[in-house]
Write a protein that binds this ligand. Structure first.
Ligand SMILES: [Zn+2]
Ligand SMILES: [Zn+2]
Length: 268
């Protein structure tokens, strides 16, 4: 059994190497050779200027669900780097997923890193302003900062898993490739084993929000030890209603997780 799995893994690696050879590396934006997205085109990508409550779209600094919306979610909030309407973003995600260009995961993870840095800046501003003596306004603001941001270095990164069937077809989980780079950057622990997808859901695209929530129920399972209040950053490439992230958050919290935040490249 072990030998078979290794053969499959190696075959995937060879296949990906082969794809890189037959498809010339050229910029998705301008066609310049050598990179999947050249610096110039990369800089033209418009990032989401502000985060918002994913449910009612009211803008805020941290992407948390606002009080009335939070009661229907297990997830604490979602950090979104860009909108899927950004043509280079949608092209990059599609190329990563459907043309198996795994090299694009690096490009997309950079967007997530910019997004996280912006979120973390708020923690740093608060810390530095507090050192000049107690400023009650900033102190009160600090109290409102989510634990996942205050104790960012303690967070655990988990990619949204694919079903075995989908993983076999694609050869890699795009969310995992992106999550690995984010975890490396911030020296966070990555867990890519214990959250698993046990059911293959029907395609979500044509379903409305309520049906999506129903469709995704029972699709995930946690195989690991109790998470013991650890805060989780759940990484995925695209979020639409948040049904998938929320279902993962439900399972993680049932297994002891503290806060669970989504981190996604694009809002579809
Ligand atoms: Zn370019
Ligand atoms: Zn809201």
């Amino acid at each position: 059994m072990v030998i078979n799995l290794n053969i499959i893994k190696n075959a995937n690696k060879i296949w990906l190497f082969f794809l890189d050879l037959i498809f010339p590396i050229e910029c998705l934006g301008c066609g310049r050779e050598g990179e999947w997205l050249c610096d110039q085109c990369y800089r033209e990508i418009k990032l989401k200027p502000k985060q918002y409550c994913l449910h009612c779209k009211k803008e805020n600094n941290l992407g948390e669900f606002c009080a009335p919306c939070s009661v229907i979610y297990n997830l604490d909030g979602v950090w979104i780097a860009a909108l899927y309407d950004e043509i280079l973003i949608s092209q990059a995600i599609k190329s990563l997923k459907y043309h198996f260009i795994s090299g694009l995961s690096e490009t997309l993870s950079k967007l997530l890193i910019i997004c996280i840095n912006k979120i973390l800046e708020q923690r740093q501003v608060l810390k530095s302003s507090l050192t000049d003596g107690v400023n009650w306004r900033t102190l009160n603001q600090a109290k409102k900062l989510p634990v996942a941001i205050l104790n960012f270095n303690e967070n655990l990164v988990i990619p949204v898993p694919l079903s075995k069937k989908r993983l076999r077809w694609r050869g890699f989980n795009q969310a995992e490739l992106i999550a690995q780079k984010v975890a490396e950057k911030y020296n966070l622990k990555l867990d890519n084993k214990n959250l698993i997808r046990i059911k293959h859901k029907k395609p979500q695209a044509k379903l409305n929000e309520i049906h999506r929530l129903e469709n995704i129920k029972g699709c995930f399972s946690w195989q690991g030890e109790n998470l013991n209040k650890k805060n989780i950053i759940l990484v995925d490439d695209v979020v639409t209603t948040g049904a998938t992230l929320n279902e993962c958050a439900k399972i993680l919290k049932a297994n002891g997780a503290g806060e669970v935040w989504g981190l996604v490249v694009a809002k579809g």
